[in-house]
Design a protein around this ligand. Structure first.
Ligand SMILES: [Fe+2]
Length: 401
């Protein structure tokens, strides 16, 4: 510790004593002293995310600024490859607490072993950088899925709304079986406040339960767009917006449905533009449904937080119906999975409205929470929705058209 740090620490400690005596809330001072005195460590992770294919992104957070990397290989005792975070303009990812390292050129169906390593940056002078302690995780493993596999199975969670205990509870209802991924279909939070909320209410329960070994995919709900930390929130994930990928017999298309109220609503204070964002996604969806990958897949599953229909007449839901439903019908999608309404429901296909089955997961309160199991092979997609007692409350089988 240099002289400045030492003086600062004495000052902060003095501030604490004084504050306690004068009843001035010393929130910042306590947090800063705690951070200074805490040893260097991994704050949360590793957690893995992918769009499938030949790469896997490994993310973690340290409690202080650091430089980090991933050591990996095909045998647990031979982690003979090393990968770093993405370099921007020649500068490697460093001097940050956030880490995202993508392992590339992975082979289909193979198991990989890995560990994360971080080295604290104690002092960053222009011409002299001083490293501190080095920490690493235990050796973890994952299977890089073969995109040509015969079957795909995954679980959907939605609308847990800042109830971290729902994540292990609901996942615990599905007997141990390796899933290809876990899908979070939005509103995992009420609104974004800070990093601690992201760690405590999602990342840590995921890491404890599955995320070191099984990837998750996440799309925002309307609640994730709210709060003072909403603009920082996406950097904790590989992506939280729209995307598409193929795994086994399924083309997956994920849409970010944005907010539920009109952009001009006073609660958004003039700083959102979801109408444009949804319109851009409709353009993107148009090109997606005309793509070779979409057309040739035996099944097409669309996942979006606000359902394309049946979620009331607020502006966002109506805009989703107007923009997305004609394209979903035109693309002949086989299944749409949503959340948002907090009432689980299976909507049958209707030749005048939604031509596809629409399955909406429930939440967030006890008795209304659901976990949805989806399994697809070349002939059928089987959906089974369980409530939080493990009872099946919705089911659907879609056969190949
Ligand atoms: Fe919602």
């Amino acid at each position: 510790m240099n002289e400045n740090q030492s003086n600062r620490r004495s000052f902060l400690k003095a501030g604490l004593t004084l504050s306690a005596a004068t009843l001035v809330a010393p929130t910042m001072a306590i947090a800063e002293v705690a951070a200074e005195e805490e040893g260097f460590k991994i704050a949360v992770g590793p957690y893995i995310q992918t769009n499938f294919g030949d790469s896997m992104t490994i993310l973690w957070l340290t409690n202080k600024n650091a430089a980090g990397w991933v050591e990996y290989g095909q045998q647990a005792d031979q982690l003979n490859q090393k990968a770093y975070g993405k370099a921007e303009l020649g500068l490697m990812q460093a001097n940050s607490r956030l880490n995202a390292v993508t392992l590339k050129n992975l082979k289909p169906g193979l198991k990989y072993y890995y560990k994360i390593v971080s080295k604290e940056i104690k002092d960053f002078q222009p011409y002299k950088l001083t490293y501190g302690e080095m920490v690493n995780s235990s050796v973890e493993e994952f299977v890089n899925a073969d995109v040509n596999k015969e079957e795909v199975s995954f679980l959907m969670l939605n609308d847990t709304h800042d109830r971290p205990e729902s994540i292990p509870h609901l996942l615990g209802l599905v007997p141990e079986k390796k899933q290809d991924f876990i899908f979070f279909n939005g509103d995992i939070f009420d609104y974004q406040t800070d990093e601690k909320q992201i760690i405590d209410h999602m990342l840590q329960p995921c890491v404890n339960h599955f995320a070191k070994n099984t990837p998750f995919i996440y799309v925002r709900g309307n609640h994730e767009t709210r709060g003072k930390f909403a603009r920082e929130f996406p950097q904790y994930y590989m992506h939280v917006g729209h995307t598409a990928f193929t795994l086994g017999p399924v083309r997956f298309v994920i849409l970010d449905t944005g907010e539920d109220k009109e952009d001009a609503h006073p609660v958004y204070a003039g700083i959102v533009n979801f109408d444009d964002y949804r319109a851009q996604q409709a353009e993107w969806l148009k090109s997606e449904i005309n793509s070779k990958e979409f057309k040739k897949a035996p099944f097409r599953i669309v996942m979006m937080h606000i359902p394309p229909r049946f979620s009331g007449d607020a502006h966002g839901p109506k805009h989703c119906t107007e923009l997305f439903e004609p394209l979903l019908n035109q693309g002949k999608v086989d299944l749409v999975l949503s959340g948002h309404t907090h009432k689980y429901m299976v909507h049958q296909p209707d030749k005048n409205l939604n031509h596809y089955p629409l399955i909406i997961g429930g939440g967030p309160k006890t008795g209304t929470r659901t976990i949805t199991k989806i399994k697809a092979d070349k002939n059928k997609v089987v959906v089974s929705m369980l409530d939080d007692s493990g009872k099946e409350v919705g089911a659907y089988t879609a056969f190949r058209k």
